[in-house]
Design a protein around this ligand. Structure first.
Ligand code: ZN
Length: 1023
C-alpha cells in the first residue's frame, strides 16, 4: 500500500498561508485556554458511534440488508477496490425489478434511454436496455437492486476517518418512552429512491420516447421527440414534448401526447456505478454520469468526487456569463462534505503528510488533487485552480510514466481520489482539538412538565448517555430552567446532585465553572439519578415563565472554554429575561392571512438579541440544537436564529404528544449525537480562474467573505454555494471546484476533508441543458425560495418560482428545441420534471398562506441545511397503498411502487401511507373493510381512529408488512418520521389531501393546468 506523503523538508515553502483555513481559526477566538487538554486527549480510544436514528438492530450493511443487495454491491473476495474504474454491469439492477404491475416492465413516460454508445462503459448501466419506468419519478423506489459484477470487497479502510464511516449499530433500544413503535432497524442511508437515467450525454441527437404508464390505462404509444430535424442554433439535446393546450381537453387528453393528470412523473430506473473520472487529462474530461440524488447508487471514486459530497447544478460549465444567463439556469454547488457514503463504497482514505501538512499550491492554496498536472519529470506541478506552476517538494517528487502521470499516482489517494481526508498539521491548529462536550438544557416550566415534555426529554437523554463516546474526552453538563436557571453539580459524590440556582435572568452567570461540565466517566451515575428525578422534582411546578434566552446564555458561559454541543429542550414561548419573545404571541394568532400582500413580519426575528448571542456562541465553537416539544406558538422564527447561526438544527414536535412523540424524540436525539460529525470546522470552496463563489447558504456563521464557520457539522448538513463568472473560460478546458473542510472529529483528530470536482467547460447552450442536474437545480431553487419567504409576499415568491421554470423552458424552447411547432411545450429531457416539482413547491406548506406561522417557519429552517437527497421528497412525498399488501405478489422490494400524488388514486376502500422524509401520514378511507382496520390498527371502524397514534405490530402478515415498510422508510431517510393516522372529513384528512399536489388545491392548479400555464407563459415570451 502507498505511503502517502512522507514529511517534507523544511527547505520548501511551507504550505501554511495566512489566508488559509488554518489562520482563520484565529479569528474564531478559539485560542482559549482549555481545561481539559492534552492529558486527556492522548490515546482515548472511542468506540465507534452506535449511530442509527432508528432504535433497533439493523442488518449489517449489504450482507444482512433486507432485500437484494444494492446496485453493484461488492461482494467480498473479488477485485480490489483500487481496480480500474471501467466496471461494466451487465444489467441495470433497477430495471430488473418489476414495477407497477409485477413482471411487466413499465414504460417510462418520457424516459430517455441513453443513445447507444453515448455512455461510458464505466457507467455500468445498460445504456441500451429498454427503459423500465418505475412509475412516478418522485417517489423513491427503495428496493435495493441486484448485485452486480464484477464485485469488489467492501473496502473498510481502517484508517478511514472515524467521523464519517458508516455508523455501527447496536441492538434494540426501544425501551423508554411509553409504547414505542416497534423499534426500527437502522442503517445509514443509502437513500433509495427514484431513478433516472444519466442525463449527461454527449452532444448529438438522442432518440427518446415518452409513453403512458400502463397502470393508468393509457396505451404505451411512444412518441419520438423530433430528433433528426434540422438543428436550430444549437444542437438539440433530448427533450420532451407536451402538446398545445388546445389539444388538451381535460376530460380526455390525447393519450399518446399527454398523460392524464396524476401520471406525469416518470423515470427510467437504473442502478449503476458512477465512475467519476480519470485525472491528468487522460481523458479530456471524464464523462459525468449523473445520478439522481434520491437513487441508490454506488460511486467508485476515480478522481472526481462523488456527487454525495459535491453536486453541481450543471455538469458542464458555461464559458461565459452570457451563456449562463441565456440558459436562465443557476450555477451552484450543493456540498455535503461529511455525507454518509453508501455502505458498499470504499471508505475515504486518510492521508498524512506529516508535520508540513498536505501539499498545496503556493499561490491560491488549493490542495493537491488528481487534476494538478505534474510536468518537467515530476519536478513541478501546475495548479488546476490558478494555473501557477510550483516546485514539487523534494520529498514528494516522483518521476512520470510514459502516460505523463506520476508513476505513484495510483498509490496515492490524493492523486487518484476525488475525496480524501488530510491529517491536519500543527499549522492548522491554534489549540488542541476540542473535547466532545454535550450540554443538555431542559425546560421544566409548568407547561413542559404537564404535557410530559420534560419527562420525555429526560428519558431520551438518559437512554442516549450510553451512546455517547466513551473516554475522558467526553464531557457532559446538564441544566434545567423555567423563570430561573438551575445548574447541577455532577462532580461531587453527593447522595443527590446538588442544584445551583441562577436567579438573575437579565445578566446571567454560571456558578461553579468547573463542576457543571465534567467528564462523563466521572458522573455517569449521578447523571442517571438526576435525569430520573427531574420530572418528579418539578412535578408541582407552577412557574409558567420561560427564561430560554438567559438559560442558553448561561449554558454557553459554562461551555465557553471548550466549545461543544448545546442540546436544548424547549416547550413554551420564551417569556422572561434576555431574549424574551412574549409580545409576538398574540400577533402570531391574528396575523396569519397577511402573507399574500406583504412579507409576514413574524417570519423575521423579533429582534437582534438572539442573533448577537448566536454569533458569540459560534465564535466559541458552541453549536445549539433545539428540540421544540410544544402545544403552542413558540416563535420558531426568532428561536431558530440560534441553531442556524451555530451549525445546529431545529426539531419540531407539534402538537407534542406524550404518547407518540417520545420515541421520535429519543431517536432524533440519538442520531444527533451519534451520527458522523465534526466540531470547530471551517469550510471554503475554491474554483478555477474565471469562476468564483458568490454566496454560501446553510446553517453556519460567516465572519469573512471567503469562509464559513461551522461550530458543528454533520453528515446530514448541506451547504449551497452559488457561483459567478469573473472571466471567460476556455472551451475544451476544465473548471475545477474544491471544497475544503477543516474540522475536529469526535475522537479529537484534526482533519481536512477535501473534495475536488473538475468539470468540462462548454460554449454550447444545449450542453448545459443536457448536463443539467435536476435534483441540484431544484435544490437550489428550493433553498432560494425559502430564503425569500421572510422578505417578500408569498404570492410574489410563488410567482418567482414559476418564473424560474418558465425562463429555463423558454430558453430551451427558443434556442435548443428541434420541434418548430409552436403549439408544443417542449421540455429538456434532464429537466422534464421541473414543472412538477415547482408546482409541488408552490403548493408546499412553506408557500401556502393558510398554514400556521410556526409551521412555515419550521419549513424554512428545515430547508436551509437540507441535503439534496431529501429535497424532492419534501415537496413531492412518496405515497403507497398499504391495504392490499397481502394481495400483491411480493417481489424483493419492501416498499411497494409509489403512486402519483392525485386524489384519483386514493379510493375509499384503501389505506395509504405518505411520507416526505419528516413526517408520515397514514390515511384510511371511509369504506375500508373492518378486517383490514383490525389487522392494521386493532380498530373496527374508521370512527375509532385516535388522535394520538402509535403504530404497533399486530400478529398478522399485513401488519408486519406495514411495520417493515415504516422501518425501511426510517432507515432510508435517517429520520424517525412522525406518524399520524388520518381520515376523511377531519383536519387530519385535509392534511393528507393537501399533499395531492397534482390536483387542484385551493386556488392552485392541477398539474395539467399548470403545464398549460407554463406553456402559455413561454408562448407569450416567444418573439
Ligand atoms: Zn493555485
Amino acid at each position: 500500500m502507498a505511503t502517502p506523503g512522507g514529511p517534507r523538508q523544511g527547505s520548501f515553502p511551507p504550505n501554511y498561508n495566512p489566508n488559509a483555513l488554518a489562520n482563520n481559526m484565529e479569528n474564531l477566538q478559539i485560542n482559549q485556554y482549555s481545561q481539559q487538554q492534552s492529558g486527556n486527549l492522548a490515546g482515548s480510544a472511542y468506540r465507534p458511534p452506535n449511530a442509527t436514528p432508528f432504535g433497533q438492530q439493523p442488518p449489517r450493511f449489504s450482507g444482512g440488508r433486507p432485500g437484494p443487495a444494492p446496485p453493484g454491491v461488492f461482494s467480498s473476495g473479488q477485485a480490489p477496490p483500487t481496480g480500474p474504474a471501467q466496471t461494466t454491469f451487465s444489467q441495470s439492477p433497477m430495471s430488473a425489478r418489476p414495477t407497477g404491475s409485477p413482471g411487466v416492465p413499465q414504460p417510462a413516460f418520457a424516459s430517455r434511454p441513453p443513445p447507444p454508445g453515448a455512455l461510458p462503459s464505466s457507467i455500468g448501466g445498460p445504456a441500451t436496455s429498454a427503459p423500465s419506468g418505475l412509475g412516478p419519478r418522485p417517489g423513491p423506489f427503495p428496493s435495493p437492486p441486484l448485485a452486480s459484477r464484477p464485485a469488489l470487497p467492501p473496502h473498510m479502510v481502517t484508517s478511514g476517518p472515524a467521523s464519517n464511516g458508516p455508523p455501527a449499530f447496536t441492538p434494540g433500544l426501544s425501551q423508554g418512552g411509553p409504547q414505542h413503535p416497534p423499534a426500527m432497524g437502522g442503517m445509514p442511508r443509502p437513500l433509495v429512491g427514484s431513478q433516472q437515467p444519466p442525463t449527461m450525454l454527449p452532444s448529438g441527437p438522442s432518440s427518446q420516447t415518452f409513453q403512458m404508464r400502463p397502470s393508468f390505462g393509457a396505451p404505451t404509444s411512444g412518441v419520438s421527440s423530433a430528433i433528426g430535424q434540422p438543428a436550430p442554433p444549437f444542437p438539440a439535446p433530448p427533450q420532451s414534448m407536451i402538446p398545445p393546450p388546445s389539444s388538451l381537453p381535460f376530460s380526455a387528453p390525447p393519450q399518446s401526447m399527454i398523460p392524464p393528470p396524476g401520471s406525469l412523473p416518470f423515470a427510467a430506473p437504473q442502478g449503476m456505478i458512477q465512475s467519476s473520472g480519470s485525472p491528468y487529462g487522460m481523458q479530456t474530461w471524464p464523462p459525468q454520469p449523473q445520478q439522481p440524488a434520491t437513487s441508490d447508487y454506488i460511486v467508485k471514486d476515480t478522481g472526481n468526487c462523488s456527487p454525495r459530497y459535491m453536486r453541481s447544478t450543471i455538469n458542464q460549465i458555461p464559458c461565459t456569463v452570457d451563456l449562463l444567463s441565456t440558459s436562465a439556469m443557476q450555477l451552484a454547488l450543493l456540498v455535503q462534505p461529511l455525507a454518509l457514503p453508501h455502505p458498499s463504497e470504499e471508505a475515504i482514505q486518510v492521508v498524512d503528510f506529516g508535520e508540513n501538512g498536505p501539499v498545496r499550491c503556493s499561490r491560491c492554496k488549493g490542495y493537491i488533487n488528481p487534476f494538478m498536472k505534474f510536468i518537467d519529470q515530476g519536478r513541478r506541478f501546475i495548479c488546476n485552480f490558478c494555473g501557477f506552476t510550483d516546485e514539487t517538494p523534494r520529498d514528494y517528487h516522483c518521476n512520470l510514466g510514459p502516460d505523463g502521470r506520476r508513476r505513484d499516482a495510483d498509490e496515492r489517494p490524493e492523486l487518484c481520489r476525488g475525496t480524501v481526508d488530510f491529517v491536519a498539521s500543527k499549522e492548522y491548529m491554534v489549540r488542541d482539538p476540542m473535547p466532545a462536550v454535550f450540554f443538555f438544557l431542559i425546560d421544566v416550566s409548568m407547561n413542559a412538565i404537564q404535557t410530559g415534555a420534560t419527562a420525555a426529554a429526560c428519558s431520551a437523554i438518559n437512554q442516549v448517555i450510553a451512546d455517547l463516546p466513551e473516554g475522558p474526552r467526553t464531557m457532559v453538563g446538564i441544566a434545567t430552567f423555567d423563570s430561573t436557571i438551575h445548574f447541577y453539580n455532577l462532580k461531587r459524590a453527593l447522595q443527590q446532585p446538588l442544584m445551583l440556582i441562577v436567579p438573575d435572568v437579565q445578566d446571567v452567570y454560571t456558578p461553579l465553572h468547573s463542576d457543571v461540565i465534567v467528564p462523563l466517566s466521572e458522573c455517569r451515575q449521578h447523571l442517571e439519578i438526576l435525569l430520573d428525578s427531574i420530572p418528579t422534582m418539578f412535578q408541582n411546578n407552577r412557574t409558567a415563565d420561560s427564561a430560554f434566552g438567559a438559560a442558553i446564555k448561561a449554558a454557553f458561559l459554562a461551555m465557553k472554554n471548550t466549545g461543544g454541543k448545546l442540546l436544548v429542550f424547549q416547550s413554551v414561548l420564551p417569556s422572561i429575561g434576555m431574549g424574551s419573545l412574549a409580545t409576538r404571541e398574540a400577533e402570531g394568532r391574528t396575523n396569519v392571512s397577511a402573507g399574500e400582500k406583504e412579507p409576514h413580519k413574524l417570519l423575521q426575528p423579533a429582534d437582534k438579541s438572539l442573533k448577537t448571542m448566536a454569533i458569540e456562541f459560534a465564535e466559541y465553537q458552541v453549536s445549539v440544537d433545539l428540540f421544540i416539544t410544544t402545544q403552542t406558538y413558540v416563535d420558531i422564527t426568532s428561536l431558530s436564529v440560534v441553531p442556524r447561526t451555530t451549525g445546529g438544527q431545529v426539531y419540531y414536535y407539534h402538537p407534542f404528544s406524550a404518547l407518540s412523540d417520545p420515541a421520535k424524540l429519543y431517536n432524533d436525539l440519538r442520531w444527533n449525537i451519534t451520527r458522523p460529525q465534526g466540531f470547530e470546522a471551517v469550510m471554503r470552496v475554491r474554483c478555477s480562474q474565471g469562476i468564483q463563489v458568490q454566496e454560501y447558504s446553510g446553517n453556519f456563521c460567516k465572519r469573512i467573505p471567503t469562509d464559513v464557520d461551522l461550530p458543528a457539522i454533520d453528515c446530514d448538513k448541506a451547504i449551497m454555494v452559488t457561483l459567478k463568472h469573473d472571466d471567460k473560460l476556455q472551451e475544451g478546458s476544465e473548471c475545477a471546484f474544491q471544497c475544503a473542510l477543516l474540522y475536529t472529529t469526535v475522537y479529537g483528530q484534526r482533519r481536512i476533508r477535501v473534495s475536488t470536482l473538475s468539470l468540462p467547460c462548454t460554449s454550447i447552450l444545449s450542453n448545459l441543458f443536457r448536463s443539467a442536474d435536476l435534483d441540484a437545480q431544484f435544490s437550489c431553487i428550493l433553498k432560494q425560495v425559502a430564503n425569500e419567504i421572510p422578505s417578500a409576499p408569498l404570492s410574489q415568491v410563488r410567482d418567482q418560482a414559476t418564473n424560474v421554470c418558465v425562463n429555463i423552458l423558454y430558453s430551451y424552447r427558443k434556442f435548443c428545441a428541434t420541434v418548430s411547432s409552436a403549439g408544443q411545450l417542449i421540455l429538456p429531457e434532464a429537466l422534464k420534471l421541473l414543472p412538477l416539482y415547482i408546482l409541488a413547491l408552490v403548493k408546499s406548506s412553506g408557500l401556502r398562506s393558510d398554514g400556521r406561522i410556526d409551521d412555515r417557519s419550521f419549513w424554512i429552517n428545515y430547508v436551509s441545511p437540507l441535503p439534496t437527497p431529501l429535497v424532492i421528497p419534501l415537496v413531492y412525498p412518496r405515497m403507497i397503498a398499504i391495504h392490499d399488501l397481502d394481495e400483491k405478489e411480493s417481489d424483493d422490494s419492501i416498499i411497494p411502487t409509489p403512486i402519483p400524488l392525485s386524489g384519483q388514486n386514493v379510493v375509499d376502500e384503501g389505506v395509504y401511507l405518505l411520507e416526505n422524509g419528516e413526517e408520515c401520514l397514514i390515511y384510511a378511507g371511509d369504506s375500508v373493510q373492518p378486517n383490514i382496520l383490525q389487522k392494521l390498527f386493532g380498530i373496527s371502524s374508521v370512527a375509532e381512529i385516535p388522535n394520538q397514534f402509535v403504530l404497533q405490530q399486530q400478529d398478522n402478515s399485513l401488519s408486519k408488512k406495514v411495520n417493515a415498510i415504516v422501518n425501511e422508510i426510517r432507515r432510508q431517510r435517517c429520520s424517525y418520521l412522525r406518524l399520524r393516522l388520518c381520515r376523511k372529513g377531519d383536519p387530519s384528512g385535509a392534511a393528507f389531501f393537501s399533499y395531492m399536489v397534482e390536483d387542484r388545491i385551493g386556488s392552485g392548479p392541477t398539474y395539467v393546468e399548470y403545464l398549460i400555464h407554463i406553456h402559455r407563459q413561454i408562448q407569450i415570451k416567444m418573439p
